[in-house]
Write a protein that binds this ligand. Structure first.
Ligand code: 3SL
Length: 241
């Protein structure tokens, strides 16, 4: 039976073995929600990067460049971190270089995994179905906020554990149990609960409540973005969809 673990903060990732596992990276507000939206809406690939200067330099190689720091779009970049901006028609078939405060960092930190896939509430069922099909050990890696645990990523982890544990996955750490015990209590009013969290308070000051509402919707997209040769793309089996 495959094992299922959750890592609630990137600072705890060094405690986990990543090799031979599928890592589901998650940053509900908002990096992985943007990535799922972008790939579902036809963006060809997303290059996750850690720093803004490397990202900025990709412009000369034909990339759209996207950067967020502390919730805000960084000056001089084409895109920030609102999922709505990744639905634009002119991005179809384009490559995006992307750096965010936490989301792209957790992807880099997970690079030793056998495979990295991108999870969000927006593609929850697609991710769960893929993991059920693969039957490999899974680690859900939450991006959190600057090393701190956050509510929204923990809730997503709980939602995924809730599905997989009813199949043949074995819950194999206490973070997974914790997330699983939280999610059923809050799933009927995710928005009401997440509205209490620190990141929503931060984003509220930036006037982007509609992003929060969008990112908490389940199963809007049927895609499983995956890291291939350093870039996030649609899974090969899904490219014909
Ligand atoms: O930290 C990140 O990667 C971002 O998703 C944060 S924010 O939602 O853009 O504020």
């Amino acid at each position: 039976m495959p094992n299922l673990e959750v890592c609630l903060s990137p600072n705890l990732l060094p405690l986990h073995t990543l090799t031979h596992k599928i890592v589901v990276v998650v940053d509900i507000l908002r990096a992985t929600s943007c990535m799922v939206t972008a790939i579902a809406c036809g963006v060809e690939s997303i290059l996750p990067l850690q720093d803004t200067e490397t990202c900025r330099a990709m412009k000369s190689q034909g990339y759209y460049i996207a950067a967020e720091r502390d919730g805000k779009q960084v000056e001089g970049f084409d895109l920030g971190n609102s999922p709505f901006s990744y639905m634009e028609k002119h991005l179809i078939g384009q490559k995006i270089a992307f750096t965010t405060t936490n989301g792209t960092q957790v992807i880099k930190l997970s690079e030793k995994a056998e495979q990295i896939i991108v999870g969000a509430f927006l593609n929850l069922s697609a991710v769960a179905s893929y993991l059920l099909e693969r039957q490999k050990d899974v680690l859900v890696a939450c991006a959190g906020w600057k090393g701190n645990i956050n509510l929204e990523d923990t809730l997503f982890a709980g939602a995924l554990v809730d599905v997989l544990a009813t199949q043949n996955f074995t819950i194999s750490n206490d973070s997974a149990l914790l997330a699983q015990s939280l999610y059923p209590k809050k799933q009927s009013d995710l928005l009401g609960f997440v509205n209490l969290c620190s990141h929503v308070q931060r984003l509220k000051n930036l006037g982007i409540q509609k992003d929060v509402e969008f990112c908490l919707q389940k199963d809007v997209y049927d895609v499983v973005p995956t890291l291939q040769n350093g870039s996030i793309v649609k899974l090969a089996s899904q490219t014909a969809l």
